[in-house]
Every structure is written in C-alpha cells, then in structure tokens.
Write a protein that binds this ligand. Structure first.
Ligand SMILES: Cc1cc2nc3c(=O)[nH]c(=O)nc-3n(C[C@H](O)[C@H](O)[C@H](O)COP(=O)(O)OP(=O)(O)OC[C@H]3O[C@@H](n4cnc5c(N)ncnc54)[C@H](O)[C@@H]3O)c2cc1C
Length: 396
C-alpha cells in the first residue's frame, strides 16, 4: 500500500448507532468516507431515549423522518424514591413544558433507529461501505493502514473508532482505559400494558438501582431494570407470566396489567473511560470512548455528540486543506469532548452511588437534593436543560 496516497479522508470502524451516525455526518461534510462494518441485524431489544439535540442532529442528517413513526414522545419524567428507607426523597417531576418544549425527546427501539441509519448511509454516494471487519489497524506517519477480514487493505488519514467496548482502534492508538465494574446488571425487555403511559417516563429508585418504564408507541413501554447481578439473573430466568407480575409489582401498577413481550437482554454494568479521546490518527466515538450505567439516558446521546463533533472538526479541517488526522485536529476533538464526557460520567456515577449507599448521611443528602430539585423551579429547569445537552453547546 502506498502510504503517501490514502484512498479515504476518514475510515469509520464499527457500524453501531454511533458509528453509522459518524459516517453519515462525515460524508455529509463532503469528506471521502468509508464505513467498515458488518451489516447484521441489531443484536438486542434495547431502546434509546433520544433527547432533543440528538433528534435535531438526526433530522439534519435526514435520518429522523425515516423512523419518527416508531418513536414515542417523552414529555414528563418522574423520579420516584422506591427505596423504602427511613429517609426517602420526595417524588420529582420534570415536565418539558416547563422549559418551553413540547417534549424532551423520543424513545425508540434501537432496531428501528438502525434501519433508518443504514438506509440513509446506503444512499450517500460519498460514503463507501465495506461489509466487513477490521482485523489489523496500524497508525503510520501519514495514514492509518487497515486490513479487513476479507483481505482488503484500506488507508485513511483519520480513523474514527466506533467499534464499541472492546475497541481494537483504541488499542491500536495505544489509548489505555480505566474500567470499574459496578457489580450491577441491567435487564431490558418491552411490555404491553392496559393503561396509557401518557408520554410519562417513570424511574423507580430501588436500593439495587433504578427501574425505568419508558414510553413506546401505543400502550407499550421499554423497561430497563438495574439490579445486583444476581437479582438481574434471577429476573432474567423467570417465565413470561412471572416477569410480567414482577414488572407490574415494581411499577406499582401505574400502567395497569403488564404483559412482557418476547425478547430480553442482560447487560453487566461498568464505567469505562479512556485516558484520551484521540491519539495516533484515531478518534474514539460512542462506547469506545465512554461506557456508563443506563441512568439519565446519556450513553448514546453522548455518542451522537461525539459523532457530530468529529464530523464538524474533521470536515472543517479538510475544507481548509488541513490533515484531519494531524495532532492539532485530534487535540481539537479531545478538548471538544473532554468536559462533556467527564462531567456526565461523574454526575451519573454519583447518582448511582447515592442510590446504593446504606450510609444515612448520604441518603439524607440525596433526599435533600431531590427536595431542592422538586421544590425550586430555577434549579429544576437548569437540571432539565443540562440533562438534554451541556448548556454551553447544542448539537444541530
Ligand atoms: C440497558 C441499556 C440502556 C440504555 N439506554 C440508553 C438510553 O436510553 N439513551 C442513551 O443515550 N443511551 C442508552 N444506552 C447506551 C447506548 O445503548 C450505547 O451508548 C450505544 O448503544 C452504543 O453504541 P455504539 O455504536 O457506540 O456501540 P455498539 O452498538 O456496541 O457498536 C459497536 C459496533 O462495532 C462493531 N465492531 C467491533 N469491532 C469491530 C471491528 N474490528 N471491525 C468492524 N466493526 C467492529 C460491533 O460489531 C458493533 O456493531 C443504554 C445502554 C444500556 C446497556
């Protein structure tokens, strides 16, 4: 391969929702982009609560109109203390109307989002698809050299590593990862129920973690039930009728009769953060750059902001005749992502720890914080705006 003549400006490795979005956003800037990702059915039944700025991005990329009809609007978010502890927090309700929005965002099955992303990617002439995987990734002086499973060789000035938790791109760039196992797991499944959800997402805070019921179109919700790994495994092993009953009990029957739908998945939870977001011509997006417990619907929303930022920064660099994989361009990406990712990881870690803590002063502090949020409008509105995206930036 000729190291002086890379075929692509950017090769995106990994075709999950973050990688597909990054590839579409990069191609939309006119960058010669390749997507190296196997086309395969989405492997689980996860849903994503996509917050407003993510919807704006997907609109701009001509993805959202293709899947909007499969999504349910999220207008109210209820946090309910279900710890049964001596000191309990008051219920807090966040309403999108309070900050002048019709909805905070939409909940959608990842499968439906992926179909829309794949469809949009397939129609972009400037985006070349390799239905394959990267087997070797080697950052060189002026390019990155990539070998694929089918034996193709690609070269690019910049690699976007969207290859998930076990990221080979991250490893190739020599970026280390800090990982903390949470000894909790999330069970995900979808339910049909007899009462309407009224576009209210309800999060019950239990001593083992949150259990959240998030609206889907019709009388359906997705459930993310975080618990100790042992309890999550027990729930996973229940029959449909038993799990329906358990979910109805956990929801305090607010949705009426509950029937679980086919398909469940179990996710061991961890917090993972790389020491850098970019190095050696590789920029990380999505779960290669951050893994969080599913609290506050932040994971993929952050992944989409990664995708928007790398497309913006690399696209502008290419337009100005700069090398998109150069250290100065990677530094711009690193500074763009650092405070957003770090602050959210800290906030979610604290929220999760405060739920699990048996220590009375921590419970009191948590209750006081929730009391303040519930009773003090300006703080609640700030929390809502900050929850959608950092208040100092908006995607879109
Ligand atoms: C229970 C649960 C609920 C969640 N709920 C929400 C939510 O409501 N809102 C939210 O914002 N986030 C949520 N998240 C987080 C969100 O699901 C993830 O952030 C998101 O799915 C990660 O997408 P990704 O594209 O980064 O990674 P992945 O989907 O893991 O994609 C990585 C892709 O790279 C491919 N790959 C790996 N190695 C290679 C290689 N060598 N060559 C080519 N391809 C490769 C893999 O096959 C895979 O397709 C939740 C997470 C969990 C666990």
């Amino acid at each position: 391969m000729n190291d002086a003549l890379p075929a692509y400006d950017v090769v995106v490795i990994g075709g999950g929702p973050a990688g597909l979005t990054a590839a579409i956003a990069l191609a939309a800037t006119g960058a010669r982009t390749a997507l190296l990702a196997r086309r395969s059915p989405y492997p689980d039944n996860r849903t994503t609560a996509l917050l407003g700025p993510s919807i704006d991005l997907l609109e701009r990329l001509e993805v959202w109109p293709r899947c909007r009809s499969h999504a349910a609007a999220l207008q109210t978010m209820r946090l309910v203390d279900d710890t049964g502890r001596l000191i309990r927090a008051p219920e807090v309700r966040f309403s999108s109307q309070e900050i002048g929005l019709e909805q905070f965002g939409y909940n959608i099955e990842n499968r439906s989002l992926m179909v829309a992303l794949e469809e949009r990617a397939a129609e972009m002439a400037v985006l070349t698809r390799f239905d394959d995987e990267a087997t070797a990734i080697e950052p060189l002086e002026a390019t990155v050299s990539i070998r694929t499973g089918k034996g193709d060789r690609l070269a690019a000035r910049l690699v976007v590593g969207a290859d998930g938790r076990q990221s080979a791109s991250r490893q190739a760039a020599g970026i280390a990862i800090n990982r903390r196992d949470l000894h909790q797991s999330a069970l995900t499944f979808n339910i049909a129920h007899s009462r309407p959800h009224a576009n209210v997402s309800t999060e019950f805070h239990t001593p083992q973690g949150p259990c959240v019921f998030v609206p889907l179109p019709g009388n359906r919700c997705s459930v993310v039930w975080v618990s100790t790994t042992r309890e999550a495994e027990r729930l996973m092993s229940l029959g449909d009728d038993e799990l329906s009953e358990a979910a109805e009990t956990q929801s305090h029957s607010i949705l009426g009769r509950v029937h679980v739908e086919a398909g469940r998945s179990l996710f061991p939870l961890a917090i993972e953060r790389p020491t850098k977001f970019a190095s050696h011509r590789v920029a990380l997006v999505g779960e290669s750059a951050h893994v969080l417990p599913p609290i506050g619907a932040q994971g993929l929303n952050m992944g989409l902001r990664d995708a928007a930022d790398i497309a913006d920064i690399a696209g502008k660099a290419i337009a100005l005749g700069e090398d998109p994989g150069s250290p100065s361009v990677l530094d711009r990406y690193q500074s763009a992502r650092r405070s957003d990712v770090t602050s959210r990881m800290i906030a979610i870690d604290i929220a999760n720890r405060s739920l699990l803590a048996d220590f009375l002063p921590v419970q009191s502090l948590r209750a006081a914080g929730m009391h303040l949020l519930g009773g003090f409008g300006p703080l609640r509105r700030l929390a809502m705006r900050e929850g959608l995206a950092p208040t100092w930036r908006r995607v879109g």
